[in-house]
Design a protein around this ligand. Structure first.
Ligand SMILES: Cc1cc2nc3c(=O)[nH]c(=O)nc-3n(C[C@H](O)[C@H](O)[C@H](O)COP(=O)(O)OP(=O)(O)OC[C@H]3O[C@@H](n4cnc5c(N)ncnc54)[C@H](O)[C@@H]3O)c2cc1C
Ligand SMILES: NC(=O)c1ccc[n+]([C@@H]2O[C@H](COP(=O)([O-])OP(=O)(O)OC[C@H]3O[C@@H](n4cnc5c(N)ncnc54)[C@H](O)[C@@H]3O)[C@@H](O)[C@H]2O)c1
Length: 443
């Protein structure tokens, strides 16, 4: 006999959590399913653990910048201790989440869920029926179709390493490679990034160029090549890329992620999919099964970032409860690269704005002499802001340097709510803070 629920979420990451708690708060009978510990990528294997470890990196970088300027002695990263610091945050997460579900009367299941019919899910011998279901299964490393790809370590395992290897190769040169390369190199590893084409393609090329000296200072080697295979000779790995062969202790997959929807038996659930993912309506509902929705990385409707997963989940809940026809709005979603110093972007890239035929001014420059950089003895500090002619609205903002990760939120607010360059210039921000530079970046 199948157990009946108003709402079942497959996954327990940000998208599932937000949706399940909102549905439970409305008195709906809910279930949540995950085959791993509750918490999802951001809290357990992504943003949060990474940022806990980046805290160590920030402290060491600050020490190095100020060395000989009133700060002396020695400092280094103890990888094992930094791991323990990270685990002091991540270890309690699953239990806390389980307790929160139980307090709200949400049924919790552990195991791999798969559809067994258009309103049925099977998990570990349990047969569940639903009025509505949410596919919130996140993303998984993109299959590369290269020889020896099973020898690549994934980001989850990298963040769990008890010992940092002496040599590390990253396959791909996007977010994961850049962030982990900075962390590993600062902790003492010899790091190589193998990237096909330009590094950090999602970011403005000038911002990336200004950031490059930090990679050089850390001795990170960047090779423009396509990785074609990995072999293991027993004593270590060899990564093959173009005409290069690079010997290494560890090779990390940093070559993109795709929706984790391959094991859900979508056909049994009458949930249609195309080549690149689920076929959804603009309201995030399955085009073929109106009881099923998707959100976050699994939906791949917006950028694969945590705030997007949360936003999607709210849209889905509103569409289930009120049938409101609401569509997600990704305007002004910021994205931060947590290197040291960080880089950040929001809105249009200059190339995208030109391709869209927009009429705009570009305010850009590298300004290590500005006080925000000088006081930290940091050489990297640059911005590029796109301002629409006529309306004076901010179309895009691209930053690199100390506090870029916080300052970007001011531009995010401006873009999302249609604020103008003059609105930013006429706001009195506390001085001296990073935000007090925003007015100079648009004028
Ligand atoms: C290393 C790394 C760092 C990142 N850093 C940032 C950052 O700094 N900022 C940011 O905004 N974003 C970051 N991201 C992206 C962010 O983590 C994701 O966009 C976000 O966590 C996606 O949330 P979600 O709810 O869609 O899926 P997830 O949190 O991935 O949750 C999906 C869950 O579904 C479960 N699952 C999958 N299939 C099944 C099944 N068949 N049955 C049961 N359970 C299943 C999985 O075990 C998983 O727990 C990072 C990602 C990575 C990998
Ligand atoms: N700070 C953050 O917000 C953050 C941090 C980490 C991850 N993430 C999310 O996770 C996703 C995945 O991150 P990622 O770094 O794996 O992907 P990515 O899409 O950022 O970069 C992957 C890169 O790998 C390259 N590549 C692919 N195959 C290759 C090959 N065979 N040889 C050489 N290069 C190859 C691609 O050209 C691309 O530039 C991102 O899209 C991002 O949204 C976000």
């Amino acid at each position: 006999m199948a157990e009946k629920f108003d709402f079942i979420a497959i996954g327990s990451g940000t998208a599932a959590q937000v949706a399940v708690h909102r549905m439970a708060d409305e008195g709906k009978r809910c279930a949540v399913i995950d085959y791993r510990s509750y918490g999802g990528t951001c809290a357990l294997r992504g943003c949060d653990p990474k940022k806990m470890m980046v805290s160590g990196e920030e402290a060491l970088a600050a020490f190095k910048r100020m060395e000989g300027n009133g700060i002396n002695g020695s400092a280094s990263i103890d990888w094992n201790e930094l791991q323990a610091f990270k685990r002091s945050f991540t270890n309690p997460v699953p239990e806390k989440q389980q307790a929160r579900y139980e307090r709200k009367g949400v049924a919790t299941f552990h195991g791999r869920a798969r559809f067994a019919g258009p309103d049925r899910i099977k998990v570990e011998g349990n047969d569940l029926r639903f009025s509505h279901a949410l596919i919130a299964t996140g993303a998984t490393p993109r299959p590369l179709g290269i020889k020896g790809e099973e020898l690549l370590t994934h980001s989850d395992a990298f963040l769990e390493l008890d010992t940092l290897p002496d040599q590390i190769v990253f396959v791909g040169g996007g977010y994961i490679a850049a962030e982990f390369a900075h962390l590993a190199a600062r902790a003492g590893a010899k790091v190589t990034i193998l990237q096909r084409g330009r590094l950090l393609k999602a970011f403005d090329p000038d911002i990336v160029e200004w950031l490059m000296s930090s990679f050089d200072d850390l001795g990170i080697e960047i090779v423009d090549a396509e990785v074609s295979g990995v072999t293991d000779n027993g004593a270590g790995l060899t990564v093959h890329a173009g005409d290069r062969t690079i010997k290494t202790e560890l090779a990390v997959h940093a070559a993109g992620r795709v929706p984790a929807i391959g094991e859900l038996d979508l056909e049994a659930g009458e949930v249609a999919r195309g080549k690149s993912g689920l076929l959804l309506t603009p309201q995030l509902r399955s085009q073929s099964n109106d009881k099923v929705f998707a959100a976050g990385d699994a939906a791949a409707n917006g950028p694969p970032l945590t705030p997007v997963s949360s936003h999607d989940a709210k849209v889905v809940v509103e569409n289930i409860l009120e049938d409101s026809g609401r569509k997600p709005n990704y305007r002004g979603v910021p994205s931060v690269l947590f290197t040291e110093p960080p880089a950040a972007r929001v809105g249009a890239l200059e190339r995208e704005a030109r391709e869209a035929g927009l009429d705009f001014e570009v305010n850009a420059g590298s300004h290590p002499s500005w006080f925000s950089a000088r006081r930290l003895n940091e050489e990297i500090y640059g911005h590029k802001v796109l301002i629409e002619k006529g309306s004076d609205r901010i179309l895009g903002a691209h930053l690199v340097g100390p506090d870029a990760d916080e300052l970007i939120n001011i531009f995010s607010l401006a873009i999302r709510h249609g604020l103008t360059a003059n609105d930013i210039q006429s706001t009195m921000f506390a001085y001296p803070t990073a935000a007090s530079d925003a007015g100079y970046m648009v004028g």
